[in-house]
Design a protein around this ligand. Structure first.
Ligand code: GNR
Ligand code: NI
Length: 167
């Protein structure tokens, strides 16, 4: 297994649109294992392949405290959503920034698992937020893009300054 490098905002590769996985195979499963190791080590509750510079529709989530509820969603599609929920979000690609984002409160997602088997996940609470956050990554969208232009400019300036200071 391996810890993968997580792209840091603002990196233009975070805006690439992920392609559908045509075949779920051993290569896919190896990537999923490495993504899981990377997510748990970070630590985070979700990770999209986009964040590790792989532009395929693969996300993982685990919102449990015990790290034993890993969900793998390949080619995820939101087939139903309802309600509104405001949640303070963070992102491993935007470290140290936490901002409130409004999303659907409940979603149903259809996806393939790591064996290529189709399933439907009904989610609410943090799990629903997290799945929506990860699906956004696959579309090239980072959560800060929901914020005002002024806030986004401030966040970019802050992260660039931090990058300069650690070089
Ligand atoms: O670890 C993460 N925490 C989190 C908290 C609130 C809403 C979304 C998230 S996802 C984030 C990990 C991450 O960046 N996934 O892309
Ligand atoms: Ni993220």
């Amino acid at each position: 297994m391996a810890i993968l490098k997580i792209l840091q905002y603002p990196d233009e590769r975070l805006h690439k649109v992920a392609k559908k996985v045509l075949q779920v195979d051993e290569t896919t499963r190896k990537l999923v294992r490495n993504m899981a190791e990377t997510m748990y080590a970070a630590p985070g509750v979700g990770l999209a392949a986009t964040q590790v510079d792989v532009h395929e529709q693969i996300i993982i989530v685990d919102v449990s405290e015990t790290h034993d509820q890993l969900k793998v969603l390949i080619n995820p599609e939101i087939i139903a959503s309802s309600g509104d929920s405001d949640c303070e979000e963070g992102c491993l690609s935007v470290p140290g920034i936490f901002e409130t984002v409004r999303r659907a409160a409940r979603i149903s997602v259809r996806a393939l698992d790591e064996n290529g088997k189709i399933f439907t996940l009904d989610a609410e609470g943090l799990l629903a937020v997290c799945v929506q956050h990860e699906i956004d990554h696959l579309r090239g969208k980072v959560f800060v893009e929901y914020l005002s232009q002024l806030k986004q400019a401030r966040i970019r300036a802050k992260l660039k300054k931090r990058l300069r200071e650690t070089m």
